[in-house]
Design a protein around this ligand. Structure first.
Ligand code: PFF
Length: 455
């Protein structure tokens, strides 16, 4: 059953879908608290540098691999390397990474759904700060409830994915992304009026290099890859749906700027609230789910602000998880010759099953001794192996493929279709061939302890 490969209906659709993949909980949830934990400004500066100098060139390389091969990761790598079986392994690593990220990311997305519902139910009314914070602890450790939201969230993803590239992914991204931007800008405008705004600006932009540790630099690189969705084949799949005349460098730059913009605006929306009420900026993963509801409760229009904020998170999460699910679905369709519906059923069910231990992490209903044995809870372990190992390793191989293995003329030709700014071609290639892989290798060596920059 050979069907023709689907393509995006429009350039805007491609941008919305791909920006939708990039802009997610990484920018809105992780970035603010990790920046907070790493002292603000200097970390933010490193994140920006890594995003533009390393993440963005690899982002474009993935799009090239996808569009040139018209395939998803597994078959794309083999098609571009003379049917090499070894390169297929990298494709399956991408599939595995997408599956694992999808599984734990959907648990957090489920919390967002729960918080929308709770906000509309005025969950903070009449409660003390401690009681409001306690609700997150109760929610995250309620086994059945976590599994319920996980299942519902994956079901929504499934419903979108079965309609295909144009009618599913593109259609919904074009609806959800504008809402996301409108909600974010509205909350940002509100934050600008708060007394803590100037302190937040200083915190986010003033680079105090004394506060920047080597591990902070490394997490800035990890964050740059994660927020751009680089290193697991999402952009290969989405690139394979691009029209031949779409301009890869232009789209890459636009989407990177959008992602960075959202990360910065998210930090400048959250920290003014935090500083206005004298909370510590480094309150960790609970920043969004514990601290913010306490603060929203002190603001006028609590229900509105809280519901809008968590809907924003939910929309951002959904457009990211759709892209992860699509990596699985597209690779399953191409490799096992099954139709989209079957592939979507298999992929969503796998994500659900693998998501269960993540959903039960805080209740300890499954693997209660996991943390004692492996040093991190199940959820954090999944996050750690994917973001710190699988994604950077795949990113290195992607640069090897585009920078060394593929014919240079082909790579440059695919890169420059539709571009008037020809000057950008060679600097980009230099970054893909040399700078990006070397930088990522340094990070991995640091991770393994082979080199150690820690003072
Ligand atoms: N970029 C998304 C975020 O920042 O939340 C997360 C993500 C989505 C990572 C898709 C990787 C991916 F392939």
């Amino acid at each position: 059953m050979k069907k023709t490969h689907e393509h995006w209906a429009s350039s805007v659709g491609f941008i919305m879908a791909t920006a939708g993949s990039a802009v997610g909980l990484g920018s809105l949830w992780l970035f603010p608290y990790v920046a907070g934990e790493n002292g603000g400004g200097a970390f933010v500066l490193m994140y920006l540098l890594f995003t533009f100098l390393i993440g963005m060139p690899i982002f474009m390389a993935e799009l090239i691999i996808g569009r040139r091969s018209q395939k998803s990761a597994v078959l794309a790598y083999s098609a571009l390397t003379g049917e090499s079986a070894n390169w297929k392994i990298l494709g399956w690593l991408n599939v595995l990474t997408s599956l694992i990220i999808l599984s734990y990311y959907s648990v957090v997305s489920g919390w967002c759904l729960s918080y929308i519902f709770m906000s509309l139910n005025k969950f903070t009314a009449g409660k003390s700060s401690a009681q409001i914070q306690e609700i997150f602890t109760i929610l995250s450790s309620s086994s059945g409830i976590n599994i319920f939201w996980l299942a519902l969230f994956l079901l929504i993803n499934f419903g979108i994915i079965i309609s295909g590239v144009r009618k599913g992914i593109e259609h919904w991204s074009k609806i959800l992304m504008p809402f996301l931007f409108i909600f974010l800008i509205a909350l940002f405008i509100h934050a600008v009026t708060m007394p803590g705004f100037s302190e937040a600006v200083k915190f986010v932009f003033y680079p105090d290099f004394n506060k920047l540790t080597s591990s902070g630099i490394l997490s800035a690189l990890g964050m740059a890859l994660f927020t751009l969705s680089v290193g697991l084949g999402v952009l290969i799949t989405y690139g394979s749906y691009m029209q031949k005349d779409q301009n890869i460098p232009y789209n890459g730059i636009v989407i990177t700027i959008m992602t960075v913009f959202v990360s910065l605006i998210a930090a400048l929306t959250i920290f003014p609230i935090v500083f206005t009420f004298n909370f510590p900026p480094s309150s960790g993963p609970g920043l969004v789910f514990k601290t913010l509801p306490v603060l929203f409760d002190k603001l006028p229009a609590t229900i509105l602000i809280s519901a809008v904020f968590f809907s924003l998170l939910f929309f951002a999460a959904l457009t990211s998880t759709i892209s992860l699910l699509e990596v699985l679905v597209a690779n399953f369709i191409e490799n096992f010759n099954i139709d989209r519906l079957k592939a979507a059923i298999i992929a969503s069910s796998l994500a659900f099953i693998i998501g269960i231990p993540s959903a039960l992490t805080y209740s300890k209903a499954l693997f209660p001794t996991w943390s004692e044995i492996y040093g991190k809870n199940f959820f954090d372990t999944m996050n750690y192996i994917t973001s710190n190992w699988f994604m950077p390793i795949a990113a290195i191989f992607i640069t090897i493929l585009a920078g060394w293995t593929m014919k240079k003329e082909i790579v440059l030709e695919e890169f420059s279709i539709g571009t008037k700014s020809k000057w950008i071609v060679h600097p980009w290639f230099f970054f893909v061939k040399w700078i990006a892989p070397i930088a990522v290798i340094i990070v991995l060596l640091q991770e393994t302890g082979i080199i150690n920059f820690n003072r």
